[in-house]
Design a protein around this ligand. Sequence first.
Ligand code: SAM
Length: 309
Amino acid sequence: MDLWQAATASLFSLWKSIGMALPLFCIGVTLSQIGILKKHGVLLKKSLGQHILIDDNIADKIVNALDLRRDDGVFEIGPGLGALTQRIAGRVKHVVAVEIDSRLAKILETLTADAGNVDIINKNVLKVDPAEVISSYGARRWKIVGNLPYYITSAIIMNIVDARERFSDAVITVQEEFARRMVAAPGSKDYSSLSICIQYRFKPEVLFAIKPTSFFPRPDVRSAVVRLRVSERPTLDVRDEGLFFQTIRAAFGQRRKTLKRSLRQIPGLTPEHMGELGRISGVGLDNRPEDLSLEQFAFLSNAIKSVVG
Ligand code: SAM
């Protein structure tokens, strides 16, 4: 480690220990993303989950995972200073990127002006309907990409779920622990209502992990890149989607309890119904929710529909 790196590292740890933005313009940094911050005197905001990607290899791997075609459109969440945006712009028809921080949005607008196919929308992505935004552009196939701000990962995922019909897939960076929960199988400690919600609509796949050192400043957690491929049609026979998710919420809301007990929360379902419910669904109600596959949850919610109408 040379003197400059040592100085930079100690400033990073000072930043972390005092939990404040670091005035980057006072460091002699050479990494390009950090160089841009320094040039514009921008202080990153921890409150907005601003950890910018400074590892070119990882940026290339994420963009390659998108498997882009020239006539594609890409919707990017939280582009920051464009570590991904600039790489993507040269390979597709349109990039639409939603960035909440007006300082970063302005800089990125300048950086991507020559590309001619990048639109930066300076808004909170949670207030934007991705399907509506892309509807005015000409690309045939759309993909989502983003190194997500971790403080709102779940809400962004729900946005992606709602907009899924207009997209072929999403390649997103999330906390490693969140990635594990998305792909978890029944019986594992990571299996949760999130796993079911995701696996019902997508084929999720963890592509690779990212070390904290690939970001500036370093996050406290490890990250992972996940691909969510939209399932073309639901593979399960679910008669009432609302009731399916209500069943899952009731079951995982009291994870330690057997289904016989936790399902009593569903309006109209009484302890007297449990025998019939077990018989029609073929699911043992002495199980706990983590023991059930997606298919068994479908059987269960279809049976609840028959029992309570
Ligand atoms: N994509 C950039 C990169 O990889 O270097 C930045 C990633 S950083 C983890 C997350 C980005 O999301 C930041 O640029 C942050 O300002 C932005 N962001 C945070 N909250 C947001 C929101 N609600 N809507 C849109 N962007 C948001």
